[in-house]
Write a protein that binds this ligand. Structure first.
Ligand code: SAH
Length: 213
């Protein structure tokens, strides 16, 4: 029962925090976040906080997931690239809102855990890969939308390259001024280059270049 109450409260917090898109709210209401956190933390699954998922990584705060998803303005015809699969929670929110999702994670263990959850939840339009997501996924490019769920120092150039014209990329950027103060950016690719809009400040684990240690 605590889960249902917690969920209703969380949905309220998402709305108050600015998640107004009905489709995003509907999906977040349906996805069981308790399946994406370690068993010992299940009671906190519907709190609006980031939670550890092992290997020093975290599943993002639900409000951040909601706002980033909403700012992608998805349709069910879009091909989407996600960098930083982690637990797979953000992927599970994106999956019902797009045509196909490609998601890259640096740690094999996390990628495999996420893949199992996608199968259990019958989310069949997600393809996973283990590797350095800052290089993108060249064979599948271009993507109409790209979401990065780890903070880079700059906008990764390969990802801009692999975004279609008119496409949107949402990502946290940590320009080094303050480790804990990252800017959430919405980048739109145009014929001439890119347009950047700042959505606010946020806090993500770092995007680490290179393969799994
Ligand atoms: N979206 C995730 C949250 C992920 S935390 C969720 O909903 O659970 C960020 C993830 O990015 C971590 O799992 C981390 O291992 C991964 N990561 C960091 N650098 C990366 C890189 N260069 N390529 C792919 N994944 C990366």
């Amino acid at each position: 029962m605590f889960e249902e109450d917690g969920k209703a409260q969380l949905i309220l917090e998402l709305r108050q925090g600015g998640v107004t898109d009905r489709r995003v709210i509907d999906v977040m209401e349906r996805i069981p976040r308790e399946l994406f956190v370690p068993e010992a933390l299940r009671e906190q699954a519907y709190e609006n906080i980031a939670l550890p998922i092992g290997l020093h990584q975290t599943v993002s705060q639900p409000l951040t997931v909601g706002l980033m998803t909403q700012s992608l303005d998805l349709t069910d015809r879009m091909k989407v690239l996600e960098i930083g699969t982690g637990s797979g929670f953000q992927s599970s929110v994106l999956s019902p809102l797009c045509r196909r999702l490609y998601t890259i994670e640096r740690y094999r263990e996390l990628s495999q855990g996420a893949e199992k959850r996608f199968a259990d939840l019958r989310l069949s339009n997600i393809t996973t890969r283990v590797g350095d997501g800052s290089l993108g996924w060249r064979e599948q490019a271009p993507f109409e939308r790209i979401i990065v769920t780890a903070a880079a120092h700059d906008i990764p150039p390969f990802l801009v390259e692999q975004l279609s014209i008119g496409g949107i990329m949402v990502l946290p950027v940590n320009d080094g001024r303050d480790e804990n103060d990252q800017r959430l950016l919405k980048v739109t690719k145009t014929e001439e280059g890119i347009e950047t809009e700042e959505l606010g400040t946020t806090r993500f684990v770092p995007l680490v270049e290179g393969d799994e240690p």
